[in-house]
Design a protein around this ligand. Structure first.
Ligand code: NDP
Ligand code: BG6
Length: 501
């Protein structure tokens, strides 16, 4: 593989998942923000998951970096604090042999020079310091306010043009179109697009990754995947907890920036895209970007906003009861919008994207509702639906009308059901972060957001976000643990003609 190159995704399927591991490419992974929440909950557990399965190269160093002073023991304790309880101490010990910690600030050159020395001495120990076949991954598990500082320091004090360098950036990528462009320009001035991996962890989820296969490997799905057969599509994200502990971050962003502009729009673009020319990262991302280009900016009148309040018995707090949230906050914690993809495949089909915190359940699903059966033998038929549940229960089912079993001639709604836990009970579905880190090691960009996709995503949402803020639009209250603002379901039915099945 050439330096800083980008391979194909299903590259990973056909060439094997463990390209970097098989080739035993000497690899250093630096986790910036190693003292933080994401690092302990997601990044280190994902690295361990890969390590345990032999999917990381043997010649591996993982270096945590953050401002907090931690002894090696304290770092080890924090890094492993979210590992599954059933993992043996021996396995953890063997993983930790590859890990160390460097403390430093995010804007001090000398601290980054110290980091470079650490990397170089580790590379010497791995006997690869002169080789160009080395990978350095810089993973920014950091607040966006320090992305550019850290990227600048990496480029000036750590980057080694003689090896492969990859920079992983967490969302949020900007606040609106303008700030996102500035961030892209600032980071783009330091690293090439092929060196940058913008994570949207929804792209690493099993059922999201499955959409391309489902659509383009099965003749009967693709044949009816268009406006002639599909009446409406809903992409829904529901969480049963509020912003507890993250109010400070959340209030600046709100649910539209936190979940819709990225996760839900990414999913939409995969569901809506035309078949790519190949499974290469660029071909797939070209097709996704084409879809985004055909979506007009979302209008306020096509949007419903909500904010949760305490539940009736007061056992669950309201959004503004959080000390880190201003008492007069109008930040939405719930939103649903209707949008349209104006191309030949989708013209006239409404898409509803909906996301909310502190709702009645945890669920992320894609619901594709088919049109009424034309010229049916049977009166008043319910509509077919294909439902893909991304989480918590990976599954897909097709709501199908059958004859009621037995002597009856009545019709009944049933499901053709593929629930992963039942069908693939021996397979442990990896966390999205494990999948994506593996992609980074393999240089596969397919499941990462390209800068033009990002630009389009902000173009779609920025006018709405600005209008909400400038006109001080007050969200409708809904109780913690409810199904959202009253009338939200009826709103969808009225606006897009969704028919309950
Ligand atoms: P944290 O607030 O935990 O920050 C990570 C680390 O960055 C902290 O441990 C701290 O380390 C340092 N830090 C925090 N605030 C500042 C600051 N103002 N200036 C400089 N350094 C600071 O963030 P998360 O780990 O929750 O998130 C990291 C990134 O990942 C963010 O971009 C977030 O949006 C994204 N993300 C997080 C998810 C999560 O579940 N937490 C999910 C998806 C994305 P120290 O003081 O030791 O240097
Ligand atoms: C993150 C959001 O990107 O995604 C969080 O910042 C949200 O607010 C999370 O809770 C949801 O991810 P998952 O994988 O738990 O569905």
């Amino acid at each position: 593989m050439s330096k800083n190159s980008s391979s194909t995704s299903q590259g990973s399927l056909t060439c094997g998942l463990d390209h970097a591991a098989k080739e035993n490419v000497p690899t250093t992974i630096v986790v910036f923000g190693a003292s933080g929440d994401l690092a302990k909950k997601k990044t280190f557990p994902a690295l361990f998951h890969l390590f345990q399965r032999g999917l990381l190269p043997k010649r591996l160093r993982i270096i945590g970096y953050a401002r907090t002073h931690m002894s090696p023991e304290e770092f080890h304790k924090r890094a492993t604090s979210h590992f599954n309880a059933d993992i043996s101490q021996d396995q953890i010990k063997s993983f930790l042999q590859h890990c160390c910690y460097v403390s430093g600030k995010y804007d001090i050159s000398d601290d980054f020079k110290k980091l470079r020395k650490e990397i170089e001495s580790q590379e010497q120990a791995l006997e690869c310091s002169q080789s160009s076949n080395r990978i350095r991954v810089y993973y920014m598990a950091l607040p966006p306010s320090v992305f550019v500082d850290v990227a600048t320091q990496i480029k000036h004090n750590v980057y080694d043009s003689d090896c492969i360098n990859r920079v992983v950036i967490e969302k949020p990528f900007g606040h609106d179109l303008e700030s996102s462009r500035k961030l892209s320009n600032d980071i783009g001035a330091l690293f090439t697009e092929s060196e940058i991996f913008r994570i949207d962890h929804y792209l690493g989820k099993e059922m999201v990754k499955n959409i391309v296969t489902l659509r383009f490997a099965n003749v009967f799905y693709e044949a009816v995947w268009n406006r002639h057969y599909i009446a409406n599509v809903q992409i829904t994200f529901k969480e049963p907890f509020g912003t507890e502990g993250r109010g400070g971050y959340f209030d600046e962003f709100g649910i539209i920036r936190d979940v819709m502009q990225n996760h839900l729009l990414q999913v939409l673009s995969i569901v809506a895209m035309n078949q790519p020319n190949s499974l290469s990262a660029e071909d797939v991302r070209d097709r996704k970007t084409e879809v985004l280009r055909r979506i007009l900016p979302i209008q306020l009148e096509d949007t419903l906003l909500g904010q949760y309040v305490a539940n009736a018995d007061g056992t669950k707090p309201g959004y503004k009861d959080d000390d880190t949230v201003p008492k007069d906050s109008i930040t939405p914690t719930f939103a649903q919008c209707v949008l349209h993809v104006d191309n030949d495949r989708w013209r006239g089909v409404p898409w509803v994207i909906k996301a909310g915190k502190a709702l009645n359940e945890a669920k992320m699903l894609i619901r594709i509702q088919y049109k009424d059966m034309p010229n049916s033998l049977f009166p008043n038929l319910a509509r077919n639906e294909l439902v893909i549940q991304v989480s918590p229960k990976e599954s897909m089912y097709i709501k199908t009308i059958v004859k009621e079993p037995g002597l009856s001639t009545n019709l009944a709604m049933s499901e053709l059901d593929l629930t992963y836990k039942t069908r693939y009970h021996d397979v442990k579905i990896p966390d999205a972060y494990a999948t994506l880190i593996l992609d980074v090691l393999n240089g596969d960009h397919s499941n990462f957001v390209r800068s033009d996709e990002l630009d389009e995503a902000w173009r779609i949402f920025t006018p709405l976000l600005h209008q909400i803020e400038q006109e001080h639009i007050v969200p409708t209250p809904y109780a913690y643990g409810s199904r959202g603002p009253e009338g939200a379901y009826q709103w969808t039915e009225d606006r897009v003609g969704y028919k309950r099945t």
